[in-house]
Design a protein around this ligand. Structure first.
Ligand code: PHE
Length: 333
């Protein structure tokens, strides 16, 4: 065999071996045999070069390099191929996701709140947060609820004795998310457009429709010329998005210290009127309390009970089911 033939022989044997290597270990053996630096078949070829005549040597050297490169490249590609996970094993596409391991579900109220945030986000409302432990300024005073107002009765609120001892001022679990209206307005200038969702606490006797802890979604919009029509539009768009396309909103006159005028909000869904919360135009006293000029700005606010929506949507008949944490119940959502 002349040198050229030996090169060709080496190349085809090497490429065959590379192709037939079925594992990383087998491929490593191929590397040692065909591309090994110390000994092996490549080394043998190289020594042939040394024996060639000076005239032949440049041509053979070039050929040697070409052969070596092709084998190295084939070897590298095969290595990548072996490392990549195979896409199918006997007709099964193993890259498809498997059955997820069910270790829990999101609480129906969490699902409801996520959906509320999404809907209100689409209407241009950002999400704001506030603490559940509040002082009297944010829970009452700034909301125009005077000292002698019955809503401040200690028997109607969860005052926190120990926290009070540390802070030196009365603290309580917030009784409404309207506290967040104040916190947001203290920190930003109009235009304001936020919702805040979270827990509120009232020492109510617990029954099928009452809980001493429940959730509200507060909404607040303040700008140059916000009107009650904006309020009704936003509430109607919201209810329609959540419940379906046959929701009507009804306002009934009411009273809240922090809105003027104030209304109770009902929604009609599937032939039933459902009371869902309170709303109104932000009282000028509230705007003043946070340093907004009531001559320049107007706003609306609303506070909706989240449990009501969730129970209505899913046909849940007792609010306590939402807080019993019976997994047989929770798993259904
Ligand atoms: N905070 C009131 C409540 O808890 C609801 C409300 C919010 C009313 C905003 C008017 C404006 O009952």
């Amino acid at each position: 065999m002349d040198v050229q033939e030996q090169f060709a022989d080496y190349e085809s044997a090497a490429l065959d071996a590379v192709r037939n290597a079925e594992s990383a270990e087998a491929l490593e053996q191929v590397r040692i045999e065909f591309l090994g630096k110390k000994k092996g078949r490549l080394k043998d070829l190289q020594s042939l070069l040394g024996k060639a005549s000076p005239e032949e040597r440049p041509e053979l050297g070039k050929r040697f390099n070409e052969v070596k490169q092709r084998v190295e490249q084939a070897w590298g590609e095969r290595k990548d191929g072996l490392e990549r996970p195979p896409e199918s094993v006997e007709g099964i596409d193993i890259t498809l996701p498997g059955n997820p391991l069910v270790i829990g579900t999101r609480h129906p109220l969490t699902q409801t709140m996520d959906e509320f945030r999404l809907i209100m986000g689409r209407l241009g409302f950002a999400v704001a947060d506030g603490p559940e432990i509040e002082d009297e300024f944010h829970n009452f005073e700034a909301l125009n609820i005077p000292h002698d107002h019955p809503a401040r009765d200690p028997l109607d609120n969860f005052y926190l004795e120990t926290a009070q001892r540390f802070s030196g001022k009365p603290l309580l679990l917030r009784s409404q998310t309207s506290t967040v209206q104040i916190r947001v307005m203290e920190q930003t200038r109009p235009p304001v457009r936020i919702v805040s969702l979270g827990r509120v606490y009232r020492p109510d006797a617990v029954d099928a429709t009452h809980s001493c802890m429940f959730h509200q979604m507060e909404g607040l919009m303040v700008d140059d010329s916000v009107t009650m029509a904006d309020l009704k539009t936003v509430l109607r768009l919201f209810a329609t998005a959540y419940l379906g396309d046959d929701v009507h909103v009804r306002f009934r006159p009411s009273f809240f210290p922090f809105t003027e005028p104030s209304v109770e909000v009902d929604m009609r869904w599937k032939d039933d009127w459902l009371e869902i919360g309170g709303a109104g135009m932000v009282d000028p006293n509230v705007l003043s309390a946070v340093g907004y000029d009531p001559e320049q700005y107007t706003g609306f606010a609303f506070g909706l009970g989240i449990e009501r929506f969730c129970m209505r949507r899913h046909g849940i008949d007792d609010i306590r089911r939402l807080f019993d944490n019976d997994v047989r119940f929770l798993r259904q959502f």
